[in-house]
Design a protein around this ligand. Sequence first.
Ligand code: AMP
Length: 433
Amino acid sequence: MKTRSAKNDDLRSPKGMRDLVSEEVFLFQGFLEKAAEAAIYYGFKPIETPVLEQEELFTRSVGEDTDIVSKEMFSLKTRGGDRLVLRPEGTAGVMRAYLEQGMSALPQPLMFYYGGPFFRHENPQRGRWRQFYQFGLEILGTRKSIADATIINLAKIILEEAGIKNLTFRINSLGDADCRGAFRRDLINYYRKNVRHICVDCRERLKTNPLRLLDCKQPGCIAIKAEAPESIGYLCASCKTHFKEVLEYLDSLGVNYEVDNTLVRGLDYYTRTVFEIFTESHTDDGELTSLALGGGGRYDNLAKTLNSKKEVPAVGMSLGVDRIINLPEYIRHAPRLLKKPRVFFIQLSFDAKLKSFEVIEALRHAKIPIQQSLSKDSIGAQLALAEKNGVPYTIILGQKEAMENTVIVRNMDTRSQDTIKIDKLTEYLKKIK
Ligand code: AMP
């Protein structure tokens, strides 16, 4: 809601979190429903994991030295002493569920989609909230490159059907646990040699999360990055083949991608494929910038870091729903749940109000959605509201009609009126549709 009282400052929603009201909720639901439908056509099944998870799930998987875990988690201690966090991302919870539910015993791979709120204690700014919504896809239990391609292709389809143009997929391969190690070592050595030329944050990253050095946007660091070792140069034969296959799929699917050797995604659990999805968007000052709409990648080692004896190779991605539905080109999809009212229901007098429930319930069974004003007593005010909202018919139930088991149906266009028996009302309304 845009309008809010400035008086109750202490009773505002928490910083970076907002209420979604009426049409805003439908906007989110419309996107999520359409995305879920595309996923279902591709054979994905829904999964809902708790909004709260054990803190350790994220420290172990996403990594203690990532921004998400070190700075951005909302954590709480329960009365029993457990440390829980509001989930900052979806992948770790899905893998936790897979392992906990023994899903490796089912035919593999498993394909899941989900949508819902996520929480990060970031500085709120344009397109960045502390409670935001993601739609995610995960395929667990296969190493095959077609799974990576399926995830990327479906992300593209969902975004294109939402009307988003100018999509660019930046993609890279980090290699597996073995080749990534050599890359990391050389990267650290290279940055150690150049430590005098990098920013303060990067000096810290060098100690805690060296891959993130490649994320830095400081001009000095960008210059150093240009000569840094590239993960692709370290790929072993099977990682090379995997990456080549993924790119071949993307070529044949017409995905607009760029190989970006500096893309690392910063989370510990990624192996092999990583990608981010961008579009061009105008800032409030009219400047054209690229806006990240989603990202993902392969996480073949995640299960092991969560104490699984078996490896569970997997790949996934998530889309930032808040950003997508705020783009000017976004095509609004009404959720199926949303019904446009065809009838404005007016009840006058207590007897009419008593009878009104029966009429409205009959209309609901006949699938005729209504709008009504429960509090306004004057017929003039209620008719004016019906007119303002462009509802084509009004049903008027007054004292006399209640006694006679009838209602008046008024055509708001022609202003003609018919008196109809209540038990014939739905039949009548269906005829004049
Ligand atoms: P990530 O996995 O962090 O790259 O997040 C995937 C997508 O979620 C991003 O590309 C954004 O579109 C969206 N996203 C991430 N963090 C936020 C946030 N704080 N507020 C709104 N959207 C976000």
